[in-house]
Design a protein around this ligand. Structure first.
Ligand code: TYM
Length: 321
């Protein structure tokens, strides 16, 4: 039975890029192996420096994940920081991590390109991520495309450790990336990302969601004129939520003319709202039971600690500690 692992960074509200790129595939994987998912609060610390905010984000991320269908009877959900052993493994990996490998990583390169002063934490972020993956002897890592490079770094580090300290010390993980959902577009058609300000958050209030969708920037083609569906972010997003027939209808209506962008946006809003109706109901149920999330995370941490202790013991021994 494969072991499946992935994490999500509670730096703000989760959005539909997270949902299609990672959460929904992760929830599907819970049927097919031992699945472990965590809220990457250590990673979030590279950008969130307010304690109350981080706690709230982390709790909300757990709530959203559970609402979307993560089943604690099938998958383990925990907080990254409930397994501080990963920080020790990070150190053990870093002594063999070439600087050049990290200098090539895009999160760090992007920060430099934007003129941010990158912290050491941001620079070594991929090593912590490698530790997350390797400490649970993970086989499969369901992620969006933007995390592919980090899984490759993980494999490189595992190979280097195995060459130095003995074959079989670490398993080599495989990323699992769904080709048609690898990069979910945002409101502006670029990759949906908090840092681009183009996200549609999960579980927005009805009015707020409507406002976001109606605010999608479009060109000034008049209502009567035909429009191009190929490069429309409305159609791109609609494809995620609507049936093939409804998408075909929208594309045809784009080409035919006679429909304004406002009409298409209303269809998009309705499709999103309906898609998340069951999850909204589930979310309200969980919220009515305040101890539930704590209990799920407590149990999750127990299992994660058990696995992490075994790996760390093996690695310490292999390295002479
Ligand atoms: P994070 O929190 O940035 O994103 C969580 C997951 O959502 C996916 N994702 C997307 N997929 C498709 N289209 C998009 N627009 C989009 N935006 C986000 C991401 O690819 C990711 O899978 N470093 C990780 C968290 C992490 C982790 C790990 C993941 C820490 N340790 C170990 C896997 C294994 C991150 O920042 O993800």
């Amino acid at each position: 039975m494969p072991r499946i692992l992935s994490g999500i960074k509670p730096t703000g509200r989760l959005h539909i890029g997270n949902y299609f790129g990672m959460m929904r595939p992760a929830i599907e994987w819970q049927e097919r192996g031992e699945a472990l998912y965590f809220l990457a609060d250590y990673h979030a610390l590279t950008t969130v420096h307010n304690a109350a905010q981080l706690r709230e984000n982390t709790r909300r991320a757990a709530l959203d994940f559970l609402a979307c269908g993560l089943d604690p009877a099938k998958a383990v959900l925990f907080k990254q920081s409930d397994v501080p052993q990963v920080t020790e493994l990070t150190w053990l990996l870093s002594v063999l991590t070439p600087m050049g490998l990290l200098e090539r990583c895009h999160a760090y390169k992007d920060a430099l390109a934007k003129g941010f002063a990158a912290s050491h934490g941001l620079f070594s972020y991929p090593v912590l991520m490698a530790a997350d993956i390797l400490i649970y002897d993970s086989d499969i890592v369901p992620v969006g495309k933007d995390q592919k490079q980090h899984v490759e770094v993980t494999r490189d580090l595992a190979i280097k450790m195995n060459e130095t300290y003995g074959a079989g010390l670490f398993k080599l993980p495989e990323p699992s990336i769904l080709p048609n959902l690898a990069t979910i577009p945002g409101l502006d058609g670029q990759k949906m990302s908090k840092s681009y300000g183009n996200t549609i958050e999960l579980f927005l209030e009805e009015k707020a969601l409507k406002k976001k969708i109606m605010g999608i920037v479009t060109d000034s083609t008049p209502v009567e004129a035909p429009k191009d569906p190929a490069n429309s972010s409305i159609v791109g997003l609609y494809r995620l939520f609507a049936s093939e027939a409804d998408v075909a209808q929208m594309e045809a209506d784009f080409r035919a003319g006679g429909f304004g962008y406002g009409d298409f946006k209303k269809r998009l809003f309705a499709a999103i709202w309906e898609h998340f109706a069951p999850a909204r109901a589930r979310r309200a149920e969980i919220e009515a039971n305040p101890g539930y999330i704590d209990e799920v995370l407590r149990k999750g941490a127990l299992r994660a600690n058990e696995l992490a202790n075994a790996t760390l013991g093996r690695v310490r021994n292999a390295m002479g500690l």
